[in-house]
Design a protein around this ligand. Structure first.
Ligand SMILES: [Mg+2]
Length: 196
């Protein structure tokens, strides 16, 4: 049965450590991934919130162009792409669509649609496209999407998303664990369809 997968990009399809070398270089720091225990990075840098936001906006195209893939993401996503639809839903701004599509093409990651919504509120977009499952690294997004859309949400474990999760949010440590969970979920869906 064909499913539509809603997938976050940054820290989910791209490696969650992607930003750190850029920050360390720009601000002459030595932050390690393990230190990043919250999503907002402002407290970790030695500049004001506005200055950091400005730096981020200016550097987004470079960061997104050079972000490495998360381990295992490509093989798992491209496997799913043969029987399901992959809708990438990201908080990136719409002006970054070309750099984003180019990244997917260069990295050989298949996609059906990329929607850059320019905000972290993905619920409306997840509902609009009727996605059946979502993949995230941001804790509050994962919980909100599960609660509002009533779909399973796979949360990729990172140091910055350690808060407790409800039962419908499934914490995994890598894409291979996500693949196992989804395989099992798809089998259950098929079974339920046969039963009903
Ligand atoms: Mg993300």
């Amino acid at each position: 049965m064909k499913k539509r997968f809603g997938i976050d990009i940054d820290g989910t399809v791209t490696c969650p450590t992607s930003l750190i070398p850029f920050i360390n270089k720009a601000f002459n720091m030595d932050i390690s991934y393990e230190d990043i225990n919250q999503y907002d990075l402002t407290p970790f840098v030695n500049v004001s919130k506005d200055e950091f936001a400005q730096w981020f906006t200016e550097n987004e195209p470079t960061i997104y162009r050079d972000s490495p893939l998360a381990n295992g993401a490509k093989s798992v996503l491209n496997k799913w792409a043969t029987s399901h639809e992959l809708f990438y839903i990201s908080a990136r701004g719409a002006h970054l669509l070309a750099v984003t599509e180019d990244w997917f093409t260069r990295n050989g990651v298949l996609f059906n649609h990329i929607e850059l919504i320019g905000s972290h509120d993905k619920i409306e977009t997840a509902k609009k496209y009727n996605v059946d499952i979502f993949f995230e690294d941001k804790h509050d997004n994962a919980v909100a999407i599960f609660e509002e859309c009533h779909i399973p949400v796979i949360l990729f474990d990172t140091p910055y998303n350690q808060e407790p999760i409800p039962k419908g949010v499934i914490r995994v440590h890598n894409w291979h664990e996500a693949l196992d969970w989804v395989d099992h979920w798809l089998k259950q869906q098929t079974y339920q369809t046969v039963q009903s």
